[in-house]
Design a binder for this molecule. Structure first.
Ligand SMILES: NC(=O)c1ccc[n+]([C@@H]2O[C@H](COP(=O)([O-])OP(=O)(O)OC[C@H]3O[C@@H](n4cnc5c(N)ncnc54)[C@H](O)[C@@H]3O)[C@@H](O)[C@H]2O)c1
Length: 332
């Protein structure tokens, strides 16, 4: 960030929905450290109070416990806000397969409420968490923003509908938006617990307990695992960008390299093995493939580099080392 960009952030009031979640709480912390005025909204569906503990003491942070399915909560949260970073949603493909109605209510109904409330409050820019799942059954690699396939899960449908609504709100109401298609984000504070936990925190916790994690499939599936700090950078750039061509677009938010599940688990064992040598010898187990999973995912980040000036700082190895250190120090 240059001085001018820092000043924009310091002078702004920024609403972060999903503030008690993994990505939302990291965004809150970063912006509070920069000096922004931050409002957080969350209903604790999957987020945790512990993620907000340090923030609640800060006079520049206001927390609203509320639900994006309730338009009054959305209006209240948007009062006087300059920028919205909309993260609240029910994540997880399997969750949406088990309960498509609730995923749709939150991810589509709640999203529409947030767009309406942002429009009514006259926010300058609505920046939202989109998803790599929107590439669906397209097998083309690397993924480029303009070429998507058909969604493979209810979750993927909800995230694609978000993009359609955002595009339409520009056309219909002149609300500027930016969608960030996150690719398998990982890092500090990502929840390791529960049936729908993401693979990295789940495996880290299992390794720390000397349990054998189960890989769905043969481990050859690959993902563009993206460290949280790269995601934070994309959100900040989306706020401060003064390039008019950057607005009303969607961007892959990733590092731009892919790693197979087998490679990932080797790295985890290596890095955790530095804290506890017995972890390096834990054998993996293999189970059946999961419905709705795409075999491979790899982003082109050329568009974000060209239009937003994105320059990701953490590759999978440097990100994993940071994440493993955090889990070891905080959750062991
Ligand atoms: N983590 C990833 O790899 C990834 C990948 C693609 C997209 N995303 C998207 O990024 C966003 C953040 O994901 P995350 O990984 O931090 O997940 P998370 O579950 O940690 O955070 C989501 C937050 O939204 C809150 N929330 C859920 N329903 C709500 C409601 N009705 N009202 C208010 N708050 C509600 C939850 O309590 C939680 O704190 C989500 O939109 C998700 O779909 C994440």
């Amino acid at each position: 960030m240059n001085t001018n960009q820092q000043e924009i952030l310091q002078a702004s009031k920024i609403l972060i929905t999903g503030a008690a979640g993994f990505i939302g709480s990291n965004l809150c912390e970063t912006l509070i450290n920069i000096g922004s005025t931050v409002v957080g909204l969350d209903n604790f569906a999957t987020g945790h109070k512990r993620n907000l503990s340090k923030l609640l003491e800060n006079p520049k942070f206001t927390f609203i416990e509320g639900d994006i399915r309730n338009i009054d909560d959305c209006h209240k949260a948007c009062e006087g806000v300059d920028f919205v970073l909309h993260q609240a949603a029910l994540g997880s493909v399997p969750r949406s397969i088990n309960d498509p109605i609730t995923s749709n209510d939150v991810n589509v109904g709640g999203f529409l409420n947030m767009l309406v409330a942002s429009r009514d409050a006259g926010v300058k820019r609505f920046i939202y968490a989109a998803s790599s799942s929107t590439y669906g059954d397209s097998i083309a690699l690397p993924k480029v923003e303009e070429k998507i396939g058909k969604p493979l899960s209810p979750y993927a449908i909800t995230k694609y509908v978000n993009e359609l609504y955002a595009d339409n709100f520009k056309k219909t109401y002149d609300l500027d938006t930016i969608g960030l298609r996150y690719f398998n984000v990982f890092g500090r504070k990502q929840d390791p617990d529960g049936a729908y936990a993401a693979v990295i925190p789940k495996f880290v916790m299992q390794f720390m307990k000397h349990e054998s994690p189960v890989i769905n499939g043969d481990g050859s599936f690959s993902r563009d695992f993206t460290y949280i700090d790269n995601v934070i950078q994309m959100n900040l750039l989306s706020i401060v960008s003064d390039n008019p061509e950057a607005l009303n677009n969607v961007y892959n938010t990733a590092f731009g390299e892919r790693t197979t599940l087998n490679e990932l688990t080797s790295l985890l064992k290596e890095y955790l093995g530095e804290y506890d040598s017995a972890i390096a010898d834990i054998e993996m187990k293999y189970g059946s493939e999961r419905k709705g999973d795409v075999p491979h995912s790899l982003a082109s980040v050329d568009k974000a580099k060209a239009l937003l000036g994105y320059a990701p700082k953490f590759d999978i190895k440097s990100g994993l080392k940071e994440a493993v250190k955090w889990y070891w120090e905080n959750l062991k």
